[in-house]
Design a protein around this ligand. Structure first.
Ligand code: NDP
Length: 318
């Protein structure tokens, strides 16, 4: 099977590169690294690539994920998150190849008090969430066979994300303030990639796709936490793993005390039940995923405080 993976240099794409390799002949596309180089905002070039490769499965892990910057760059955000999926879906519908696409808890407004299901009403709070929801809608309306996997709070040892930002800052500052009133379940990019590959392995033919294709929630399981709770857990694990430098004391703050350009959902918990039942898979709890991820931090890196992943909603020392 010819598989085309877009966004191979991102947190999730990096992990998918490894997890999808056993499933077929994989072509990976990104702006940088050891991948086929392509600027995915050039939709004409994307069409050319699709024509040349004639993929039998398209996996789209590319996205515009700079949530705050999106408020000032709605067009750039829309090209990647709405128009690109529309083109991929049109191609998938025309050629009969399935499309796997990733979406986000940001399609919800966070006013719920129980986990969001796939049927919960969407109400994005900002440009990023709206663009991701538009991308979903284009795919559903195209009639192509698809999986739309909505996740939340994705982190990794690769790329820019909350965990690496906080661990970097925690080694440089005595105290960090971290938001304690946004609730979710942090999802390790590798776990999401592995669950994606496992689901794909359970879709052997067109009939299986037609029966089980659709939109699913796939975030980490376990008791939801806050950004503060997440940071507290990984800083404790870093200490446990013998980081010899002193680490910052964490102080919980409210969202109102850490204003950001884009509003974020206060409650981001996704119900993974439909995915688990459809594919006979178990989504591991976030604390177990975090422990596995932290095993990769040996020795602990001097992570520079990168920013720019979907979430830098919580931070400190500013
Ligand atoms: P990243 O930001 O880590 O990766 C995004 C990828 O898209 C990168 O490979 C990036 O390339 C690529 N990309 C962006 N613009 C272009 C472009 N113009 N041309 C070529 N490539 C481009 O995102 P994640 O891995 O975290 O996210 C994966 C998916 O999961 C996305 O759909 C996202 O919306 C969704 N998601 C993410 C969450 C999170 O917390 N991060 C939470 C919930 C869902 P480059 O490296 O060159 O910038």
């Amino acid at each position: 099977m010819r598989i085309l993976l877009l966004g191979a240099s991102g947190q999730l794409g990096h992990e998918l590169t490894r997890c999808l390799a056993p499933l077929g002949e994989l072509t990976t596309v990104a702006r940088s690294g050891h991948h086929r180089a392509l600027d995915l905002s050039r939709l004409d070039l994307v069409e050319q690539l699709l024509g040349a490769l004639d993929p039998e499965l398209i996996v789209n892990a590319a996205a515009y994920t700079a949530v705050d910057r999106a408020e000032d760059e709605p067009e750039a955000c829309s090209v990647l998150n709405s128009e690109l999926p529309a083109r991929l879906a049109a191609r998938a519908a025309a050629s009969g190849c399935p499309l796997v696409h990733y979406s986000t808890d940001y399609v919800f407004d966070g006013s719920a008090t129980v986990p969001y299901t796939e049927e919960s009403p969407t109400a994005p709070l900002g440009v990023y969430g709206r663009s991701k929801f538009e991308g979903e809608q284009h795919i559903r309306r195209s009639g192509c066979t698809h999986l739309i996997l909505r996740s939340s709070w994705v982190y990794s040892t690769h790329g820019h994300n909350f965990l690496k930002t906080i661990l970097g800052l925690a080694q440089a500052k005595p105290e960090l303030r971290v938001v304690d009133d946004q609730i979710g379940t942090p999802t390790w990019a590798r776990a999401l990639a592995q669950l994606s590959a496992a689901a794909l392995a359970r879709l052997p033919d067109r009939a299986a796709w037609q029966q089980r294709g659709g939109t699913y929630h796939v975030s980490a399981g376990g008791e939801p936490t806050s950004w503060f709770g997440f940071a507290d857990a990984f800083v404790a694990l870093a200490r446990e793993r013998g980081l010899d430098r002193p680490l910052a004391r964490l102080r919980p703050i409210r969202t109102a005390d850490y204003p950001t350009r884009a509003r974020r959902p206060a409650y981001s918990v996704l119900d993974n039940g439909r995915f688990e039942r459809a594919f006979g898979l178990r989504v591991p709890p976030w604390r177990r995923q975090l422990r596995w991820c932290m095993e990769d931090f040996v020795p602990m890196p001097g992570t520079a405080g990168g920013a720019g992943a979907q979430r830098t909603a919580a931070a400190g020392g500013r």
